[in-house]
Design a protein around this ligand. Structure first.
Ligand SMILES: [Zn+2]
Length: 177
């Protein structure tokens, strides 16, 4: 069992484009296992490798039917439009109504190196697009409209100030207090 901390908003690793995995070997399988455990512990329905600091094109997800690993995913087709309230483990506690394409055709590889091809829509299609964004260094904040983004940045600033304040409160405590 290993669970890693999930990187959050402001960490530059989330804004970096990840690179393709050349060999799907035991190390990739171990990474996927850690990602699945970290995703369930959060808890979340999807996790991209760079959310735990690994700059590789790999994500895991569970739409309610068990964990799935996708290596080197590519969205080859998207169609329609669907609005859904979307959150992100890297921007904890916040969510927004976001409109994106609905029907998605995703291809990639499983841990045995077999090609995966999934045509889906709604919830699963949304997970794919969200995780693909992560692998391209794009955070949910960048998918918001102008008003939502303004409000989000204000909220995030306030949250960060609170965290800093709580930390310094903690430091000011006398031993035994
Ligand atoms: Zn996310």
């Amino acid at each position: 069992m290993s669970i890693l901390p999930i990187r959050t908003y402001g960490d530059p690793v989330l804004n970096t484009v990840t690179t393709e995995i050349e060999n799907i070997d035991g190390r990739v399988a171990a990474l996927a296992e850690t990602m699945i455990e970290t995703m369930y512990a959060a808890p979340g329905v999807g996790l991209a490798a760079n959310q735990i600091g690994v700059q590789k094109r790999l994500f895991v997800y569970d739409k309610g039917e068990g964990p799935v690993v996708v290596v080197n995913p590519v969205i080859v087709e998207s169609e329609g439009e669907w609005t859904y309230e979307e959150g992100c483990l890297s921007v904890p506690g916040l969510s927004w109504e976001i409109t994106r394409p609905n029907a998605i055709h995703l291809i990639g590889y499983d841990l045995d190196g077999n090609e995966i091809s999934v045509e889906t829509d709604e919830f699963e299609g949304r997970i794919f697009q969200h995780e693909m964004d992560h692998l391209d260094g794009v955070l949910i904040i960048e998918r918001l409209d102008d008003d939502q983004r303004k409000e989000a940045k204000k909220l995030l600033r306030e949250l960060r100030l609170q965290i800093v304040k709580n930390d310094s409160d903690g430091l000011n405590l006398l031993p035994g207090e």
